[in-house]
Design a protein around this ligand. Structure first.
Ligand code: ATP
Ligand code: MG
Length: 1020
């Protein structure tokens, strides 16, 4: 593609003269080096620059075509040179305009600033051209420019070999609108570009544009010029946030002791090495601040140079270090003056007669003399930041000077990134300080440093620690982008953070991260992308199975580890796993992929996983991975089914939050695929079951309603009845017994005589519980017996294990209902028998939910008869309820526990009150209004017992309000009874009698003896 080394390089595609270090032709995108493939098309953030000659049409109408053409050639050459100088890419010349891209095919960390620099330089150079051509053209000429930063698809999109590299996307169209709006001689930029370049350039507001197809006005700015004193792009001062230095005590100590050795006359060369953003500059700033605070900086001369990412001219860095401090007089008597002036950039050339070797020697001599003279006066600290961009000549010169002056009060402090090696010093003392990433704790401390330590910061700390890889710059930029997206908000003096889940690469870091990836050869980059599709951590064997070139994997992985893209995990080569060192690098590589390629790769991974896991994958991790990859492939339905299976798996081991997550994701996936209706119904229902269990009733209801509508539409009566029953259950929990009853009845109506016996058993069982809670014990017994008959019959008849299990569950539940109804009618021994039978059945078949109910009721039956046994039963029940994740039963059990503790008077104070309070809190949190009255009454009784009448009144009053709403005798009675005795104690016999009458009326209505309600307060 290019001509032989040494000869002038021209692009074989378009003939443009190429700089020697160019990998791709900036004009046509052809690869320069032989054998190097053109970059594949990808998605990336770039800065687009559109420049156009103002009034060109008029010019070409007026002038001869040949003259116009001649001018155009010169103009285009000038513009292309400027763009190339900032490593931009000339996408195309259209008419009299040029479209340039900064950030493709190769990204830089400062592309927006490069575009601004290029635009300003273009204006300047065209002004010069105008002066030159004004006479021939008959008028002066000028440019107008538009600049915008945003996402594009970049690459040779046609895929055919000769197709030119191009960028497409809304970002390009928007830039062209900015160009149109720019008046002659001006540069208009978008807010996005300004935000990324404002630390180096001055902008003026230029109002708003309305763009086609957009409702929001588009804010634009005029680029005025480069700032005389550019600021730093680092830090969050603009947001009013600053964090103290975190960690780095060892590194600071090392710097300070090197400084002390230098003060004692031993020349020191210290290199600070670390990735971009790890805090090298910050460390230097802290080091200088410490010296200053100790008064030592005043006795030391400090000279500093910061290298530009565009590279430095020969001796540029050395010149920058000394230029200002040394006004070399032309009449300097020493022989070194002319050479020194040259090195310091004060004079353009040296005498042409000097031989190169001789010149080299003279330069070293001059530089040495310069430094030597300086350190005679006071210690000298030379600071070179970002030495990876320094010119080789300067670094070499510094090295030779320090080696010739190894015993002076001289310290050279260099900072650089790991891809550059420290200079090889032989005689001066040298040390290398590695600036490692912050630990997870330090990263969290840094976040706390910005926002102050507070409990609600934790999710944010977790999120940032997980993605920043301990890089403080990444921490800052993630914070900045969260503020930009409104996730982090300041209200008054306080910051609050909405849930952060979505991973977005901060626009400020995009170029920095992508530039590392763009530095890889095409094949390596492809492999890194394939790894990124596997995930932030990935399996070596799986990568081999999906890689386009599996043969090269080992070598490439070693290269990735070397370049700190990935880290190996564990020591077993045959089961090697790897992790992307930075979450952000993983994201940028993944997002760099075209959507079509992502989809295709996810499918490849899905197939490889299926092959590895076999036809019936059983491990949760396999199901999750299969669900993830297939749901991002073209076969989304397949993905959704795996996700539902993963949800089922998690649900079976009571990992409810995980199960909810999987079902949720399955539903999101199904929403995107036609024909997934049946699957969606299953996922909705299972999700709702779990949401109900964990107290998220409103959400559960919405999912059930979706299933109900669907089932009724499709004429699936059993499903419709089942969902009616579940909806009824939710209403019941919320204290709306009437609505619950209506749901159960309508479920039974939906279900014909011959429909599913299990569903019938369920509905009978629910009716039985409802009757019991309404005080209709005879009705409860009848319903429970009907449920028992259906369940027993089905348990024998069914063949599928799932159905047998459900029939058994129904049986266990029916025994329970029988038991509590018997208890209420005074047949206590039989009641205990039935409930113990229920628990026994549930335990042997692992039906934990049913077991919870049994423990709850058994605990109540024992509470006054045998408090110790009651406590034991409740604790067993609690353990089970926690395992199942059922918060409703936990609350019931805590309430019962409180009663039992209080029966054992020595534990009432310590444990009884706490248990009752826990139950109250749980009920309030979950909105369990059908139960909240219970722990309130229990706590009321405890207060009453301790003579705390005021507190007792408060509890009873609240409980009574709830009990009257619900109308349940077992709740109303203790409220009336308790209030009656409280009034009696207070000497208010009138009120006491009124409540006593009410208590008696409740018993009469329910047909039970007061004793039955006294002894057995709350059964379910
Ligand atoms: N230990 C630290 N505690 C608190 N903030 C830090 C720490 N280290 C770095 N920072 C902050 O993180 C940002 C990036 O750090 P800095 O600019 O020093 O990185 P760098 O290593 O010099 O990067 P580059 O290689 O790009 O020059 C800065 O805003 C800095 O103040
Ligand atoms: Mg720095």
């Amino acid at each position: 593609m290019a001509e032989a080394e040494g000869a002038a390089l021209t692009c074989s595609g378009c003939g443009l003269a190429l700089e020697p270090d160019f990998a791709f032709c900036p004009r046509c995108g052809a690869a320069r080096r032989p054998g190097q493939a053109a970059p594949e098309a990808d998605r990336r953030q770039v800065t687009v620059l559109f420049a156009d000659l103002s009034g060109f049409t008029a010019l070409s109408e007026r002038l001869d075509a040949e003259r116009v053409r001649a001018f155009q050639n010169v103009l285009f050459e000038t513009l292309a040179q400027t763009i190339t100088r900032y490593d931009g890419f000339v996408e195309k010349f259209v008419g009299d305009a040029v479209l340039a891209v900064f950030g493709a095919p190769v990204a830089h960390e400062d592309d927006p600033a490069r575009a601004c620099d290029a635009a300003l330089e273009m204006l300047e150079r065209v002004a010069a051209l105008s002066r030159e051509w004004a006479v021939r053209l008959g008028q002066p000429v000028t440019l107008h420019v538009g600049i915008h930063t945003g996402p594009v698809v970049a690459g040779s999109l046609g895929g055919a070999a000769g197709d030119a590299y191009a960028v497409t996307g809304d970002t390009v169209n928007t830039t062209s609108r900015l160009l149109t709006a720019a008046t002659p001689g001006t540069i208009l930029t978008s807010e996005a570009t300004r935000g990324l370049a404002q630390h180096r350039f001055a902008f003026e507001s230029a109002g708003e544009l309305m763009l086609r197809g957009k409702t929001e006005p588009f804010v634009v700015h005029r680029l005025v010029g480069a700032l005389a004193e550019p600021g730093s792009s680092r830090g969050l001062a603009a947001l009013g946030l600053a964090a103290p230095l975190v960690g780095r005590t060892d590194e600071l100590d090392q710097l300070l002791s090197a400084f002390e050795r230098m003060e004692r006359g031993r020349t020191q060369v210290v290199s600070l090495v670390g990735e971009a953003g790890t805090g090298k500059s910050r460390l230097i700033a802290e080091f200088l601040a410490r010296l200053d605070a100790d008064g030592r900086l005043a006795r030391t001369a400090v000279r500093r140079a910061a290298c530009s990412s565009l590279g430095e001219p020969t001796y540029g860095v050395f010149g920058a270090l000394f230029r200002e401090a040394y006004q070399v007089e032309p009449a300097d008597p020493t022989a070194i003056a002319p050479v020194l002036s040259y090195v310091l950039g004060l004079e353009g050339e040296v005498h042409p007669d000097i031989e190169p070797e001789q010149l080299q020697r003279q330069i070293v001599l001059a530089a040495r003399a310069l430094v030597e003279r300086r350190v005679e006066r006071e210690p000298l600290l030379l600071l070179v930041e970002d030495r990876h961009w320094a010119d080789i000549a300067s670094v070499d010169l510094l090295r030779q000077v320090v080696d010739q002056l190894p015993d002076r009060p001289l310290m050279v402090l260099l900072s650089h990134r790991p891809d550059t090696t420290p200079p090889l010093v032989t005689r001066a003392a040298q040390s290398v300080i590695r600036v490692a990433p912050l630990s997870t704790d330090e990263t969290r401390a840094l976040v706390a440093g910005f926002f102050g330590a507070s409990a609600d910061l934790e999710p944010l700390q977790d999120f940032i620690a997980g993605r920043s890889g301990g890089n403080p710059l990444f921490v800052e930029e993630i914070v900045r982008s969260l503020v930009g997206r409104g996730v982090l908000q300041r209200e008054g003096g306080r910051w609050s953070c909405a849930t952060v889940s979505e991973a977005v690469v901060p626009p400020t870091l995009h170029g920095l991260l992508l530039s590392r990836v763009d530095g890889l050869p095409v094949a390596a980059r492809r492999l890194l992308q394939e790894a990124a599709v596997l995930g932030a951590t990935f399996d070596g064997a799986l990568l081999r199975a999906v890689a386009t070139e599996p043969g090269a994997i080992d070598a490439e992985l070693a290269r990735f580890a070397e370049a700190d893209f990935v880290q190996p995990l564990g020591q077993w080569p045959e089961r090697a796993r790897y992790r992307f060192t930075h979450g952000l690098v993983h994201e940028v590589v993944y997002q760099n992929l075209l959507l079509s390629r992502r989809t295709e790769l996810h499918e490849r991974v899905g197939r490889a996983l299926e092959q590895a896991a076999g036809p019936r994958p059983e491990r949760l991790s396999d199901l999750e991975a299969l669900g993830h990859h297939w749901s991002l492939s073209a076969d989304k339905l397949r993905g959704a089914r795996y996700l539902v299976a993963a949800g089922d798996w998690a649900r079976a081991v009571y990992a409810n939050d995980d199960a909810i997550r999987h079902y949720d994701r399955a539903l999101q996936t199904l929403a995107e695929c036609p024909g997934g209706g049946g699957d969606a119904r299953t996922a909705h229902e299972r999700l709702a079951d779990l949401l109900g269990l964990t107290g998220r009733r409103a959400e559960a209801l919405a999912h059930y309603e979706a299933v109900r509508k669907d089932s009724e539409r499709d004429g699936d009566r059993v499903a419709a009845a089942r969902v009616q029953r579940k909806i009824g259950g939710l209403y019941w929990e919320a204290g709306d017994r009437e609505r619950a009853g209506a749901c159960f009845t309508s479920g039974l109506e939906l279900l014909g005589e011959h429909d599913d016996p299990i569903e019938r058993a369920h509905l009978f069982q629910e009716m039985g519980r409802l009757a019991f809670r309404a005080g209709d014990n005879a009705g409860a017994i009848t319903w429970a017996e009907r449920a028992l008959a259906e369940a027993t019959h089905e348990e024998e008849a069914a063949t599928e294990p799932e159905r047998v299990r459900e029939a058994t569950t129904m049986r266990a539940q029916a025994y329970n209902t029988l038991g509590v109804a018997l208890a209420r009618t005074g047949r206590l021994t039989e009641a205990v028998e039935q409930i113990e039978r229920s628990i026994g059945l549930a335990e042997t078949r692992d039906l934990l939910q049913a077991a919870c109910r049994g423990y709850t009721n058994l605990g109540v039956l024992f509470s006054s008869l045998d408090p110790r046994r009651s406590i034991e039963t409740c604790l067993r029940g609690l353990e089970t309820a926690k395992k199942v994740g059922d918060l409703g039963f936990q609350s019931r059990l805590y309430a019962n526990l409180a009663v039992a503790y209080c029966a054992l008077t020595d534990r009432c104070e310590a444990e009884g009150i706490e248990a009752a309070q826990t139950a109250i809190d749980l009920d309030r949190r979950l909105g369990l209004l059908d139960h909240l009255a219970v722990p309130l009454i229990v706590l009321g009784q405890i207060h009453q017992c301790h003579g705390e009448h005021r507190e007792a009144f408060a509890m009873y009053e609240e409980a009574l309000g709830l009990a009257e709403q619900i109308g349940e005798p077992q709740l109303l009675f203790p409220c009336y009874d308790g209030l009656a005795t409280l009034y009696l104690d207070a000497g208010n016999t009138g009120q006491a009698e009124a409540y006593l009458t009410k208590a008696q009326e409740v018993c009469a209505r329910a047909g039970v003896e007061p004793d039955a309600l006294m002894v057995l307060p709350f059964l379910c």
